[in-house]
Design a protein around this ligand. Structure first.
Ligand SMILES: NC(=O)C1=CN([C@@H]2O[C@H](COP(=O)(O)OP(=O)(O)OC[C@H]3O[C@@H](n4cnc5c(N)ncnc54)[C@H](O)[C@@H]3O)[C@@H](O)[C@H]2O)C=CC1
Ligand SMILES: O=C(O)[C@H]1O[C@H](OP(=O)(O)OP(=O)(O)OC[C@H]2O[C@@H](n3ccc(=O)[nH]c3=O)[C@H](O)[C@@H]2O)[C@H](O)[C@@H](O)[C@@H]1O
Length: 480
């Protein structure tokens, strides 16, 4: 029986391995992690991450051919194929701080593999890593290999949170990069056979190692670039009376452009877009490609601009101050159908508003109060380190309360900010909400989920990203 071990039981390791276990009953899959609470959660009824469809798969396979364990070394030494899916956050100190990927966790995993292995291994980069990481890993593994042969493969993951199971069941492509040697090809073939249990062969792409590593960074950069492009247009729409939904629809009808990923928003979030673009920028700079680096940097600048612009809209609309006012924040996760808050635009928007000392009442369907408080007190880039290394006792932000109901959050509020596109926010009883708010009642829709006209009829003053402005907002500055 082929044995797979995955180091890192996170958003990628957990769902990816669960799907491999489901689709390949003949393979034994062990997911290991240094975080004992995370493993305990994977073995319980309360999984550590929320992902539609995941729980059913875990329940079906756990204890049969899917195991979650902290016995990292044991499972690594027994495995034929080792996936490494550990954190690769942005460095916070030293050379490349604020840009380069921090490979501490990867390196320690590689050293551990080298220490405990007693048989030949295929080591698969599942984490997103800088180009040429495989070369460094190879050096660590083969430096003191005691005759053991290692083949390194790059197999980046393209799943998106919230649709992870769908994406894994039916990926647009699976990418495998390996050495162009007979042993490298053999390893590539072995991994290909795992995916071939359910992925059509023409969707499994094989390349050299460096193309696979770079393709992952490139794909995320292209996706984020589309959002910054549409968000940049949303600012122009507001200035001219055009409507971003109409513009995006018209542009996306061009089959060369396509309709997906053109939703204007308060900004993109998530653990990877910013981190991976910064990483790409750093690699370009290291290769002397300043213009290329600056080109990609601009994607992040526009994203920051969009978040600032939103905060400015809120404050300037509400008579240039939100001090002492109650603002309801609907949605804190970085997108709907996930409880993940890493790099969520809600953090920057809340922090931006808190500068003016309002009372924030935050409601999200999946994010816990503890997580929200931790996020609002965490330092930049700390969120992407393993959970057990993050601050455990968050500082109390006294201007923030976290509630479990949208009506409670908005009761007595002066304004509402919608920061995540949860479906629930489309069908709230806005008449009831309006009746219980201070007047004038403001609603700032950072995700374009509400029916603007209907809300205006109720009496709200509505701001919706990239939509024709409410008469109230027309003369207010979009940016200070
Ligand atoms: N979150 C996402 O949707 C996607 C993430 N990725 C990439 O996948 C990688 C992992 O991301 P996530 O799963 O989101 O991170 P995560 O933080 O959810 O999980 C990583 C896990 O690795 C564990 N870990 C760290 N060092 C370890 C070690 N030496 N031994 C054993 N366990 C160790 C941590 O305790 C943590 O539980 C990152 O490189 C990320 O860029 C790629 C595609 C999608
Ligand atoms: O490497 C990764 O981590 C993953 O990053 C993204 O996945 P994810 O961050 O989970 O979610 P997305 O659906 O891409 O959304 C990212 C952010 O962009 C925002 N977004 C997305 C689409 C859009 O049209 N507009 C928009 O503002 C979302 O609200 C969210 O904040 C990519 O879509 C995945 O392919 C990739 O594997």
């Amino acid at each position: 029986m082929v044995k797979i071990c995955c180091i890192g039981a996170g958003y990628v390791g957990g769902p990816t391995m669960a799907v491999i276990a489901l689709k390949c009953p003949s393979i034994e899959v062990a997911v290991v992690d240094i975080s004992a609470p995370r493993i305990t959660a994977w073995n319980s009824d309360q999984l550590p991450i929320y992902e539609p469809g995941l729980e059913e798969i875990v329940k079906q396979c756990r204890g049969k051919n899917l195991f979650f364990s902290t016995a990292v070394e044991k499972h690594v030494s027994e495995a034929d194929i080792i996936f490494v899916s550990v954190n690769t956050p942005t460095k916070t100190q030293g050379l490349g701080a604020g840009k380069a990927a921090d490979l501490t966790y990867w390196e320690s995993a590689a050293r551990m593999i080298a220490d405990v292995s007693k048989s030949n291994k295929i080591v698969v980069e599942k984490s997103t890593v800088p180009v040429k990481t495989a070369e460094a890993i190879e050096k660590i593994l083969t430096h003191n290999s005691k005759g053991i042969k290692y083949q390194i493969l790059s197999n980046p993951e393209f799943l998106a949170e919230g649709t992870a199971i769908e994406d894994l069941f039916s990926p647009d492509r699976v990418l495998i990069g390996g050495r162009e040697t007979p042993d490298g090809q053999k390893a590539t073939q072995a991994l290909k056979e795992v995916y071939a249990h359910w992925v059509p062969e023409d969707r499994i792409i094989t390349t050299n190692l460096w193309s696979a590593e770079l393709s992952k960074l490139a794909a995320n950069a292209f996706l984020a670039q589309r959002i910054s492009s549409v968000n940049a247009m949303s600012a122009l729409c507001e200035a001219t009376g055009a409507n971003i939904s109409e513009v995006a629809h018209a542009v996306g009808k061009d089959t060369r452009i396509g309709p997906k990923f053109l939703n204007a928003s308060v900004g993109f979030g998530g653990s990877c877009f910013q981190k991976d673009i910064l990483n790409l920028v750093y690699i370009c700079e290291c290769n002397g490609l300043t213009e290329v680096a600056n080109y990609w940097k601009q994607v992040i600048k526009v994203n920051d601009y969009q978040k600032n612009r939103f905060v400015n809209r809120v404050v300037s609309s509400m008579f240039n101050t939100v001090s002492g006012k109650k603002i309801a924040i609907l949605g804190f996760a970085f997108k709907k159908d996930t409880g993940d808050t890493r790099e969520t635009p809600a953090i920057d928007v809340c922090k931006g508003l808190l500068g003016d000392k309002p009372q924030l009442s935050i409601y999200d369907l999946q994010v816990t109060e503890d997580q929200i408080r931790r996020d609002l007190s965490m330092k930049k880039f700390d969120w992407d380190h393993p959970i057990h290394l993050q601050p455990m006792s968050p500082a109390a932000v006294k201007e923030v309360s976290v509630v479990w109901d949208a009506y409670e959050a908005t009761k007595g509020a002066h304004g509402i900010c919608i920061l995540t596109e949860w479906d629930e926010f489309k069908t709230l009883d806005y008449k009831k909400i309006f009746d219980n708010m201070q007047k004038p009642a403001f609603l700032f829709d950072g995700r374009n989920v509400v029916d603007v006209e209907k809300l205006r009829e109720i009496g709200f003053i509505v701001y919706s990203i990239g939509k024709p402005l409410d008469a109230w907002l027309k003369d207010m500055p979009a940016m200070a």
